[in-house]
Write a protein that binds this ligand. Structure first.
Ligand SMILES: Cc1cc2nc3c(=O)[nH]c(=O)nc-3n(C[C@H](O)[C@H](O)[C@H](O)COP(=O)(O)O)c2cc1C
Length: 343
C-alpha cells in the first residue's frame, strides 16, 4: 500500500464514473507523481459480492483513494477492508452523487439528509481499516441547502471520527435535475466551504467544483487544505503536467514538468506502450485511447490527433503505430512552426 500524508491532498483528481479508471490514473501519474488520485465510485455491494480484481485491481504507483457508494454499515466496513487490503490508502464515502439509481439504493447525495447514518457508517468502517475513512459531499440537497445544515451534517459525521471532507461546493437537486445538470445548474458557493473550515480548523477540508485547473490552487488553497479537479483534469489533462513542480516542490522524486509539445508527445508514447500491454491481453484499444484524446489542445494538428486516434482505435491492434500516426500532424506542424520562428 502507498501510505501518504496530507501534503498529497493539496491537489486531487476527482472520482468520475466511466472516466477515472486505472488506465486514466496511469496517464495522470505520468503527469503528476504526487497528486492524490481517486477511483470511480464502486458500490459496496459490488466490492463484497463482485469480481474484485476487475473492480478494484490496479497498478497505481502513488496515493490513491477508493470511493465507495453504499450506506449499510456492515457492508461498507467489509468493502473498506477489502479496499485497504488491495492497496488503497484512503476509503471515501460518496455523499454527493445525485443519480436516481443511487438514490434508490439509499446512498450518494441523499445521505446528506441522514447524517446519523453516515456517522454510523464512518464508525463501522473506521473499526475495520487503518487508513483514513473520509466523506465527499455537496453543500446540501433540495431545499435543505443552508450553511447551517451543512455544518450540522459535518458536525455529526466528524463526531464519529471522520476528519477529512471534500465538498463539492454546490447543492444537488435530487428531484428534477439530471446528474449532469447537477454539476452545472446549482450555483457554486465557495464561501460555505471557507466558512466550514474556519468553524472547524482541525478538520481537513478540500474544495471541489468548477475549478478551471491547478493554477486555481493559488487562488483557492490559502486557508483550505486541498483543491480537487474533476472535469478540468479529464478534459485538459496536460494542465496537470506542472503540478509537481509548482505544488509539490517540497516532496522528493516529483515528475519533471510536462510543458512542451515534445514533453506531451513523450507522455503519449509512454502511454502507447502501456496501452499495448493491455491490447496484448485482449483489451479493445478504444477503452484506452479515449483517455489520451484530449492531451493536445489548441495547437496545430490537435484536431487531427483526435480524429486519427478515435477513428483508428476501432480496429487498432498495434496501438504504438496508431499513436505515431496521430502524433505526426502535431509534431510536424510544431517543427514547421519552430523552424519559421527561429530562422
Ligand atoms: C462524468 C462524471 C462522473 C462523476 N462521477 C463521480 C463519482 O463517481 N463520485 C463522485 O463523488 N463524484 C463524481 N462526479 C463528480 C466529480 O467528482 C466532481 O465533484 C464534479 O465534477 C465537480 O468538480 P469539477 O467541476 O472540477 O468537475 C462525477 C463527475 C463527472 C463529470
Amino acid at each position: 500500500m502507498t501510505v501518504f500524508d496530507d501534503r498529497h491532498r493539496r491537489v486531487q483528481v476527482a472520482p468520475m464514473m466511466e472516466l477515472t479508471d486505472r488506465h486514466f490514473r496511469w496517464l495522470m501519474r505520468r503527469l503528476t507523481r504526487h497528486s492524490l488520485l481517486w477511483t470511480e465510485m464502486v458500490t459496496s455491494a459490488a466490492v463484497v459480492h463482485g469480481d474484485r480484481e476487475r473492480l478494484l485491481g490496479h497498478s497505481d504507483d502513488g496515493p490513491v483513494v477508493l470511493q465507495l457508494g453504499g450506506s449499510d454499515p456492515g457492508e461498507m466496513a467489509e468493502a473498506a477492508a477489502i479496499g485497504e487490503s488491495m492497496g488503497y490508502g484512503e476509503i471515501n464515502i460518496n455523499c454527493g452523487c445525485p443519480s436516481d439509481r443511487v438514490q434508490a439504493g439509499r446512498f450518494g447525495a441523499c445521505l446528506m439528509a441522514e447524517a446519523e447514518l453516515v456517522g454510523q457508517v464512518v464508525a463501522r468502517m473506521r473499526s475495520s481499516v487503518h487508513v483514513p475513512v473520509t466523506v465527499k459531499c455537496r453543500l446540501g440537497i433540495d431545499r435543505d441547502d443552508s450553511y447551517d445544515s451543512l455544518e450540522r451534517f459535518v458536525d455529526i459525521v466528524a463526531e464519529q471520527g471522520c476528519t477529512y471532507f471534500v465538498v463539492h461546493a454546490r447543492k444537488a437537486w435530487l428531484d428534477g435535475l439530471s446528474p449532469r445538470e447537477n454539476r452545472t445548474v446549482p450555483p457554486l458557493r465557495y464561501e460555505f466551504v471557507r466558512r466550514l473550515k474556519s468553524r472547524y480548523p482541525s478538520l481537513h477540508i478540500t474544495l471541489n467544483g468548477g475549478l478551471a485547473g491547478p493554477e486555481s490552487a493559488h487562488e483557492h488553497l490559502p486557508g483550505l487544505d486541498g483543491i480537487m479537479l474533476g472535469r478540468a483534469a479529464y478534459y485538459t489533462p496536460a494542465c496537470m503536467g506542472q503540478v509537481d513542480a509548482i505544488h509539490y516542490s517540497d516532496l522528493p522524486n516529483g515528475n519533471e514538468p510536462v510543458v512542451t509539445i515534445e514533453d506531451l508527445a513523450a507522455v503519449a508514447r509512454d502511454y502507447a506502450g502501456y496501452m499495448q500491454s493491455w491490447l496484448d491481453r485482449g483489451m479493445r484499444a478504444s477503452t484506452l485511447t479515449r483517455h489520451v484524446i484530449a492531451l493536445f489542445q489548441e495547437v496545430p494538428g490537435a484536431r487531427l490527433w483526435r480524429r486519427r486516434l478515435s477513428e483508428g482505435a476501432a480496429t487498432a491492434t498495434d496501438v504504438r503505430a496508431l499513436v505515431e500516426h496521430a502524433l505526426e500532424p502535431v509534431e510536424s506542424r510544431h517543427l514547421q512552426h519552430h523552424s519559421h520562428t527561429t530562422t
